[in-house]
Design a protein around this ligand. Structure first.
Ligand code: MF3
Ligand code: CO
Length: 246
């Protein structure tokens, strides 16, 4: 696993601030009637023309768009489309990775379209809280496996399940670096060390953890059709503990 120095970290912080800005900037557009294709174009314009950065997803393994937009039972990697129109009550994850000065940052969050159901809102809140619950247990005497173990412990209390098929990752000079950050019980036996940078990005389902990939080769849905939520942060290990960069 890479250990980043001060100079590297400054660049990763610049990238993280851009991702943060775009996720905040797009919020006012998330309303019934807008298409995910239009959301993609607004984010792309903000990334490229305002921030002079590059969307990391665009062209990544031939992915066709600049962001991922995953609605309701879509777990992740939903492809923005002009025919996909948001409607009242939807929950949508927008996932944005960017590159600038050859460094990367990656973050995603949920947005409510109009008024969500009580169960949808609760799923989003518990998913977000699971990241912070896990971070509470971060100590230099502990291994990376603690993250997944604690996220799983937290969400299963609510009867939710952790998606197994996708994970977080080291990030910095590359979009996806070693190691995989699993969000469920695992044996990743790397101790936390100052200068590590990685994402935590749990995908949490109301029903079963199993997923299915659609024929477009990207869109991942819950196998049982239940709602899914995801939040993602890029996190730096510091001498004091951790810092959420996004
Ligand atoms: N942003 C996703 C992640 O969290 C990766 C998306 S790859 C794409 O790692 F090609 F689907 F955009
Ligand atoms: Co990621």
């Amino acid at each position: 696993m890479k250990i980043y120095n001060k100079k590297d970290i400054n660049y990763i912080i610049i990238c993280s601030n851009i991702v943060k800005d775009v996720l905040l900037f797009i919020k006012k557009y998330i309303k019934p009637g807008i298409s995910t294709g239009e959301i993609n174009d607004i984010c792309h314009d903000r990334i490229v023309n305002y921030h002079k950065a590059y969307p990391a997803s665009l062209g990544y393994m031939n992915y066709p768009k600049s962001i991922c937009t995953s609605i309701n039972n879509v777990v992740c990697h939903g492809i923005p489309d002009y025919s996909c129109i948001l409607k009242n009550g939807d929950i949508i994850n927008i996932d944005i990775g960017i590159r600038k000065y050859n460094y990367y940052s990656d973050s995603s969050r949920m947005y409510f379209v109009g008024k969500p159901s009580v169960e949808a809102k609760k799923l989003c809140i518990i998913t977000y809280k699971s990241i912070f619950y896990a971070l509470n247990f971060l100590k230099f005497s502990r291994k990376i496996s603690i993250i997944g173990c604690k996220i799983q412990e937290y969400v299963e209390r609510y009867g939710y399940s952790v998606v197994r098929d996708y994970c977080g990752h080291g990030i910095g000079k590359n979009f996806h670096e070693f190691p995989q950050i699993l969000h469920f019980k695992n044996n990743c036996n790397i101790f936390f060390r100052k200068g590590m940078v990685f994402t935590i990005e749990p995908m949490i389902n109301i029903g079963c953890y199993k997923t299915i990939v659609m024929n477009d080769g990207w869109t991942v849905k819950t196998l049982d059709g239940s709602l899914s939520a995801q939040y993602e942060h890029t996190i730096l290990i510091t001498d004091k503990g951790y810092k959420i960069l996004t």
